[in-house]
Design a protein around this ligand. Sequence first.
Ligand SMILES: [Fe+2]
Length: 179
Amino acid sequence: MAVREPDAIALLKQDHREVEDLFEQYEKAKADGRKSKIAEQICSALIAHTMIEEEIFYPAVRGKIEEDTVDEAYVEHDGAKMLIQELMNGSPEDDFYDAKMTVLSEEIKHHVHEEEARSEGMFAQARQAGVDVAELGQQMRQRKQELLAQFKAGGLPQPKTTTFGQMSASAGGVAVPAE
Ligand SMILES: [Fe+2]
């Protein structure tokens, strides 16, 4: 008998619990060194998570669930990526660093709710629409392993926004006023 692997929804929920736990650890941490280690784990987990959702899960549910739900999820990710980039390029001794982390955790909490909410949430809609979450789970698990190995070998990539035209979280995308 085949071992039952977590489906796409179970996998994404695991990611959500993992990152919630990391935010809690950050809140309790006192030393800057410890904070910076946890911040790196948070950024890595969120970058991998947003990538597997945007590469695999969102395209698979697009057209099968409410359009607004999918569109808003992309924009929420992009908002989070701006803060992730700030955190990656800063350090816990910087002014506003802890505040940025707190605001990021609040944004993620909202986003997780939108995905996990009973009956109206993205995951519930996907199940109702009969999306093949078992097959997607397999693809996403593979991609996640690949990404985490890449991050380990080559460092964390700067997150790229998908929907923002004026401001981009990719390197060099933010306009700096001329002197
Ligand atoms: Fe997400």
